[in-house]
Write a protein that binds this ligand. Structure first.
Ligand SMILES: Nc1ncnc2c1ncn2[C@@H]1O[C@H](COP(=O)(O)OP(=O)(O)OP(=O)(O)O)[C@@H](O)[C@H]1O
Ligand SMILES: [Mg+2]
Length: 290
Protein backbone atom coordinates (compact mmCIF):
# COMPACT_ATOMS: atom_id res chain seq x y z
CA UNK A 1 0.00 0.00 0.00
CA UNK A 2 2.27 2.74 -1.26
CA UNK A 3 1.22 6.43 -1.07
CA UNK A 4 0.88 6.39 -4.87
CA UNK A 5 -1.46 3.45 -4.70
CA UNK A 6 -3.40 5.08 -1.90
CA UNK A 7 -3.81 8.23 -3.96
CA UNK A 8 -4.70 6.34 -7.10
CA UNK A 9 -7.06 4.12 -5.10
CA UNK A 10 -8.84 7.19 -3.73
CA UNK A 11 -9.41 8.65 -7.17
CA UNK A 12 -10.52 5.36 -8.66
CA UNK A 13 -12.88 4.64 -5.79
CA UNK A 14 -14.49 8.07 -6.21
CA UNK A 15 -14.78 7.48 -9.95
CA UNK A 16 -16.35 4.07 -9.56
CA UNK A 17 -18.75 5.36 -6.89
CA UNK A 18 -19.78 8.23 -9.19
CA UNK A 19 -20.18 5.76 -12.05
CA UNK A 20 -22.29 3.47 -9.86
CA UNK A 21 -24.58 6.37 -8.91
CA UNK A 22 -24.82 7.62 -12.49
CA UNK A 23 -25.71 4.23 -13.93
CA UNK A 24 -28.90 3.70 -11.93
CA UNK A 25 -31.06 0.95 -13.40
CA UNK A 26 -30.13 1.55 -17.04
CA UNK A 27 -28.09 -1.62 -17.48
CA UNK A 28 -24.97 -1.93 -19.60
CA UNK A 29 -21.41 -2.95 -18.76
CA UNK A 30 -20.98 -0.49 -15.87
CA UNK A 31 -23.91 -2.07 -14.03
CA UNK A 32 -21.74 -5.13 -13.55
CA UNK A 33 -19.26 -3.01 -11.63
CA UNK A 34 -21.75 -1.02 -9.64
CA UNK A 35 -23.61 -3.71 -7.81
CA UNK A 36 -20.79 -5.61 -6.09
CA UNK A 37 -18.81 -2.43 -5.41
CA UNK A 38 -21.72 -0.89 -3.57
CA UNK A 39 -22.87 -3.96 -1.75
CA UNK A 40 -19.49 -5.72 -1.30
CA UNK A 41 -21.44 -8.95 -1.21
CA UNK A 42 -19.29 -11.98 -1.89
CA UNK A 43 -21.33 -15.07 -2.59
CA UNK A 44 -19.60 -17.94 -0.77
CA UNK A 45 -22.63 -20.24 -0.87
CA UNK A 46 -20.68 -22.65 -3.12
CA UNK A 47 -17.90 -22.96 -0.54
CA UNK A 48 -15.39 -20.84 -2.47
CA UNK A 49 -14.05 -17.37 -1.83
CA UNK A 50 -11.60 -17.47 -4.73
CA UNK A 51 -11.62 -19.56 -7.89
CA UNK A 52 -9.06 -19.58 -10.68
CA UNK A 53 -9.34 -21.81 -13.72
CA UNK A 54 -6.87 -22.26 -16.56
CA UNK A 55 -5.13 -18.95 -15.89
CA UNK A 56 -2.26 -18.23 -18.25
CA UNK A 57 0.03 -15.18 -18.14
CA UNK A 58 2.75 -14.69 -20.74
CA UNK A 59 5.57 -12.18 -20.77
CA UNK A 60 7.07 -11.99 -24.28
CA UNK A 61 6.09 -15.57 -24.94
CA UNK A 62 7.37 -16.85 -21.58
CA UNK A 63 4.57 -18.42 -19.50
CA UNK A 64 4.80 -17.08 -15.94
CA UNK A 65 1.48 -18.84 -15.21
CA UNK A 66 0.44 -21.83 -17.26
CA UNK A 67 -3.20 -23.00 -17.11
CA UNK A 68 -3.23 -22.59 -13.35
CA UNK A 69 -6.22 -23.70 -11.26
CA UNK A 70 -6.76 -22.64 -7.64
CA UNK A 71 -9.69 -22.99 -5.28
CA UNK A 72 -9.73 -21.26 -1.87
CA UNK A 73 -12.46 -21.89 0.72
CA UNK A 74 -13.87 -19.19 3.01
CA UNK A 75 -11.81 -18.97 6.21
CA UNK A 76 -8.97 -20.97 4.69
CA UNK A 77 -5.29 -20.11 5.17
CA UNK A 78 -3.50 -21.41 2.08
CA UNK A 79 0.26 -21.32 1.67
CA UNK A 80 1.74 -21.10 -1.80
CA UNK A 81 5.30 -22.34 -2.12
CA UNK A 82 7.60 -22.99 -5.05
CA UNK A 83 11.08 -22.18 -6.33
CA UNK A 84 12.13 -18.70 -7.41
CA UNK A 85 10.35 -17.70 -10.60
CA UNK A 86 7.56 -20.27 -10.11
CA UNK A 87 4.89 -17.59 -10.59
CA UNK A 88 3.80 -16.96 -6.98
CA UNK A 89 3.94 -13.17 -7.14
CA UNK A 90 2.43 -13.20 -10.63
CA UNK A 91 -0.49 -15.17 -9.17
CA UNK A 92 -1.04 -12.40 -6.59
CA UNK A 93 -0.72 -9.80 -9.37
CA UNK A 94 -3.51 -11.53 -11.29
CA UNK A 95 -5.84 -11.80 -8.28
CA UNK A 96 -5.36 -8.13 -7.42
CA UNK A 97 -5.76 -6.87 -11.00
CA UNK A 98 -2.15 -5.69 -11.40
CA UNK A 99 -1.58 -8.16 -14.24
CA UNK A 100 -4.20 -9.23 -16.75
CA UNK A 101 -4.03 -12.91 -17.74
CA UNK A 102 -3.97 -13.89 -21.43
CA UNK A 103 -6.73 -16.38 -20.72
CA UNK A 104 -8.58 -18.08 -17.89
CA UNK A 105 -11.17 -17.33 -15.23
CA UNK A 106 -10.76 -15.52 -11.90
CA UNK A 107 -13.78 -15.29 -9.60
CA UNK A 108 -14.18 -13.76 -6.14
CA UNK A 109 -16.94 -15.80 -4.58
CA UNK A 110 -19.16 -17.33 -7.22
CA UNK A 111 -20.48 -14.12 -8.79
CA UNK A 112 -17.72 -11.49 -8.98
CA UNK A 113 -15.60 -11.78 -12.12
CA UNK A 114 -12.34 -10.12 -11.04
CA UNK A 115 -11.19 -9.78 -14.64
CA UNK A 116 -13.87 -7.11 -15.10
CA UNK A 117 -12.39 -4.94 -12.33
CA UNK A 118 -9.29 -2.79 -11.99
CA UNK A 119 -6.79 -2.83 -9.13
CA UNK A 120 -8.49 -0.30 -6.87
CA UNK A 121 -11.95 -1.73 -7.46
CA UNK A 122 -10.65 -5.16 -6.47
CA UNK A 123 -9.22 -3.66 -3.27
CA UNK A 124 -12.56 -2.04 -2.49
CA UNK A 125 -14.35 -5.34 -3.11
CA UNK A 126 -12.46 -6.74 -0.13
CA UNK A 127 -9.14 -8.17 -1.33
CA UNK A 128 -6.19 -6.74 0.58
CA UNK A 129 -2.59 -7.27 -0.44
CA UNK A 130 0.62 -6.89 1.48
CA UNK A 131 3.83 -6.66 -0.50
CA UNK A 132 7.05 -8.05 0.93
CA UNK A 133 8.59 -4.72 1.90
CA UNK A 134 6.67 -2.88 4.66
CA UNK A 135 5.14 0.31 3.27
CA UNK A 136 3.95 2.32 6.23
CA UNK A 137 4.10 6.10 6.64
CA UNK A 138 7.23 6.40 8.77
CA UNK A 139 6.66 10.04 9.81
CA UNK A 140 3.19 9.27 11.15
CA UNK A 141 2.35 7.48 14.38
CA UNK A 142 0.97 3.96 14.51
CA UNK A 143 -2.46 5.42 15.32
CA UNK A 144 -2.29 7.87 12.41
CA UNK A 145 -1.27 5.14 9.99
CA UNK A 146 -4.30 3.07 10.97
CA UNK A 147 -6.56 6.12 10.87
CA UNK A 148 -5.27 7.05 7.42
CA UNK A 149 -5.96 3.61 5.99
CA UNK A 150 -9.55 3.89 7.19
CA UNK A 151 -9.97 7.38 5.80
CA UNK A 152 -8.21 6.91 2.47
CA UNK A 153 -11.43 7.31 0.51
CA UNK A 154 -11.36 10.96 1.59
CA UNK A 155 -7.99 11.58 -0.05
CA UNK A 156 -4.59 11.43 1.60
CA UNK A 157 -4.41 15.00 2.90
CA UNK A 158 -8.09 15.48 3.68
CA UNK A 159 -7.92 12.28 5.67
CA UNK A 160 -5.26 13.78 7.95
CA UNK A 161 -8.09 15.88 9.41
CA UNK A 162 -10.48 12.97 9.33
CA UNK A 163 -12.59 12.55 12.47
CA UNK A 164 -13.17 8.98 13.52
CA UNK A 165 -16.70 7.93 14.31
CA UNK A 166 -17.12 6.02 17.58
CA UNK A 167 -17.45 2.66 15.82
CA UNK A 168 -14.33 3.40 13.77
CA UNK A 169 -12.46 4.27 16.95
CA UNK A 170 -13.54 0.91 18.39
CA UNK A 171 -12.36 -0.84 15.25
CA UNK A 172 -9.00 0.91 15.42
CA UNK A 173 -8.61 -0.13 19.07
CA UNK A 174 -9.51 -3.69 18.16
CA UNK A 175 -6.94 -3.76 15.33
CA UNK A 176 -4.26 -2.25 17.60
CA UNK A 177 -4.97 -5.06 20.05
CA UNK A 178 -4.84 -7.71 17.30
CA UNK A 179 -1.46 -6.53 15.98
CA UNK A 180 -0.20 -6.02 19.57
CA UNK A 181 0.95 -2.46 19.00
CA UNK A 182 -1.21 -0.83 21.69
CA UNK A 183 1.86 0.27 23.66
CA UNK A 184 3.35 1.84 20.50
CA UNK A 185 0.11 3.60 19.54
CA UNK A 186 1.68 7.09 19.57
CA UNK A 187 5.16 6.06 18.44
CA UNK A 188 6.29 7.05 14.95
CA UNK A 189 6.05 4.13 12.56
CA UNK A 190 9.66 4.85 11.54
CA UNK A 191 10.80 3.90 15.05
CA UNK A 192 9.25 0.42 14.91
CA UNK A 193 11.21 -2.79 14.33
CA UNK A 194 10.94 -4.49 10.92
CA UNK A 195 8.47 -7.02 12.33
CA UNK A 196 6.33 -4.33 13.96
CA UNK A 197 6.18 -2.41 10.68
CA UNK A 198 4.95 -5.58 8.95
CA UNK A 199 2.24 -6.02 11.63
CA UNK A 200 1.26 -2.36 11.30
CA UNK A 201 0.81 -2.80 7.57
CA UNK A 202 -1.31 -5.89 8.19
CA UNK A 203 -3.30 -3.74 10.63
CA UNK A 204 -3.77 -1.09 7.94
CA UNK A 205 -5.23 -3.75 5.66
CA UNK A 206 -7.46 -5.02 8.48
CA UNK A 207 -8.91 -1.54 8.96
CA UNK A 208 -10.46 -1.93 5.50
CA UNK A 209 -12.10 -5.20 6.62
CA UNK A 210 -10.87 -7.36 3.74
CA UNK A 211 -12.49 -10.71 3.15
CA UNK A 212 -9.38 -12.11 1.47
CA UNK A 213 -5.82 -11.18 2.44
CA UNK A 214 -2.81 -11.87 0.24
CA UNK A 215 0.58 -11.78 1.95
CA UNK A 216 3.81 -12.10 -0.06
CA UNK A 217 6.68 -13.43 2.08
CA UNK A 218 5.43 -11.85 5.32
CA UNK A 219 8.25 -13.16 7.54
CA UNK A 220 11.21 -12.40 5.26
CA UNK A 221 13.82 -10.56 7.34
CA UNK A 222 12.04 -11.18 10.66
CA UNK A 223 13.69 -12.51 13.81
CA UNK A 224 12.60 -15.95 15.06
CA UNK A 225 10.46 -14.33 17.78
CA UNK A 226 8.79 -12.02 15.23
CA UNK A 227 8.17 -14.97 12.90
CA UNK A 228 6.52 -16.89 15.75
CA UNK A 229 4.34 -13.91 16.62
CA UNK A 230 3.36 -13.49 12.95
CA UNK A 231 2.28 -17.14 12.85
CA UNK A 232 0.03 -16.53 15.87
CA UNK A 233 -1.37 -13.39 14.25
CA UNK A 234 -2.24 -15.17 10.99
CA UNK A 235 -3.84 -18.09 12.85
CA UNK A 236 -5.99 -15.54 14.65
CA UNK A 237 -6.93 -13.74 11.40
CA UNK A 238 -7.94 -17.01 9.77
CA UNK A 239 -11.03 -17.11 11.96
CA UNK A 240 -12.50 -14.05 10.22
CA UNK A 241 -10.68 -13.79 6.88
CA UNK A 242 -9.42 -16.03 4.10
CA UNK A 243 -5.68 -15.81 3.59
CA UNK A 244 -3.20 -16.69 0.86
CA UNK A 245 0.39 -16.62 2.06
CA UNK A 246 3.43 -16.97 -0.18
CA UNK A 247 6.46 -18.04 1.86
CA UNK A 248 9.85 -19.70 1.49
CA UNK A 249 10.29 -20.33 5.26
CA UNK A 250 9.13 -23.94 5.65
CA UNK A 251 9.15 -23.81 9.46
CA UNK A 252 6.72 -20.92 9.29
CA UNK A 253 4.58 -22.69 6.67
CA UNK A 254 4.41 -25.77 8.90
CA UNK A 255 3.28 -23.66 11.86
CA UNK A 256 0.35 -21.99 10.07
CA UNK A 257 -0.86 -24.12 7.26
CA UNK A 258 -3.04 -27.15 6.79
CA UNK A 259 -2.97 -27.08 2.96
CA UNK A 260 -0.07 -26.12 0.76
CA UNK A 261 -0.05 -25.48 -2.99
CA UNK A 262 3.24 -25.99 -4.81
CA UNK A 263 3.80 -24.00 -7.99
CA UNK A 264 6.46 -24.79 -10.53
CA UNK A 265 6.97 -23.06 -13.87
CA UNK A 266 3.62 -21.35 -13.51
CA UNK A 267 1.64 -24.55 -13.06
CA UNK A 268 0.26 -26.46 -10.09
CA UNK A 269 2.75 -29.18 -9.19
CA UNK A 270 1.25 -30.59 -5.97
CA UNK A 271 -1.30 -29.83 -3.29
CA UNK A 272 -1.76 -31.26 0.21
CA UNK A 273 -0.33 -30.99 3.70
CA UNK A 274 3.28 -29.87 3.96
CA UNK A 275 4.27 -33.44 4.86
CA UNK A 276 2.46 -34.78 1.80
CA UNK A 277 4.04 -32.35 -0.64
CA UNK A 278 7.47 -32.72 0.95
CA UNK A 279 7.22 -36.47 0.33
CA UNK A 280 6.22 -35.97 -3.32
CA UNK A 281 9.09 -36.99 -5.63
CA UNK A 282 8.27 -34.26 -8.15
CA UNK A 283 8.40 -31.61 -5.45
CA UNK A 284 11.66 -32.95 -4.05
CA UNK A 285 13.14 -32.85 -7.52
CA UNK A 286 12.14 -29.33 -8.52
CA UNK A 287 12.19 -27.51 -5.24
CA UNK A 288 12.76 -28.93 -1.80
CA UNK A 289 15.66 -31.12 -2.82
CA UNK A 290 17.71 -28.20 -4.12
N1 LIG B 1 6.61 -7.96 -15.63
C1 LIG B 1 7.31 -9.03 -16.02
N2 LIG B 1 7.92 -9.05 -17.23
C2 LIG B 1 8.63 -10.12 -17.64
N3 LIG B 1 8.78 -11.24 -16.91
C3 LIG B 1 8.21 -11.27 -15.71
C4 LIG B 1 7.43 -10.18 -15.18
N4 LIG B 1 6.98 -10.51 -13.95
C5 LIG B 1 7.44 -11.75 -13.71
N5 LIG B 1 8.16 -12.21 -14.75
C6 LIG B 1 8.80 -13.51 -14.85
O1 LIG B 1 7.80 -14.49 -14.54
C7 LIG B 1 8.37 -15.54 -13.76
C8 LIG B 1 7.59 -15.67 -12.48
O2 LIG B 1 7.91 -14.56 -11.64
P1 LIG B 1 7.31 -14.38 -10.20
O3 LIG B 1 7.82 -13.07 -9.69
O4 LIG B 1 5.86 -14.57 -10.24
O5 LIG B 1 7.99 -15.60 -9.42
P2 LIG B 1 7.93 -15.95 -7.86
O6 LIG B 1 7.44 -17.36 -7.76
O7 LIG B 1 7.22 -14.90 -7.11
O8 LIG B 1 9.50 -15.96 -7.50
P3 LIG B 1 10.25 -15.54 -6.12
O9 LIG B 1 10.15 -16.72 -5.21
O10 LIG B 1 11.66 -15.29 -6.58
O11 LIG B 1 9.59 -14.29 -5.58
C9 LIG B 1 9.83 -15.21 -13.56
O12 LIG B 1 10.58 -15.90 -14.53
C10 LIG B 1 9.89 -13.72 -13.81
O13 LIG B 1 11.16 -13.33 -14.30
MG1 LIG C 1 7.77 -13.49 -5.66
Amino acid sequence: MTPDLLDAGTKRMQESQARAQAVGGSGGRATGYAHPLQARVVDISHGRILYLEDVTVSFDGFRALNKLNLDIAPGELRCIIGPNGAGKTTLMDVITGKTRPDSGTVFFGSTIDLLRHNESEIASLGIGRKFQKPTVFEQLTVFENLELSLACHKGVWASMRFQLKPEQRDRLAQVLHTIELGAQCHAFAGSLSHGQKQWLEIGMLLMQEPKLLLLDEPVAGMTDAETERTAELLMQLKQHHSLIVVEHDMGFVRSICSKVTVLCEGALLAEGTLDEVQADERVIEVYLGR
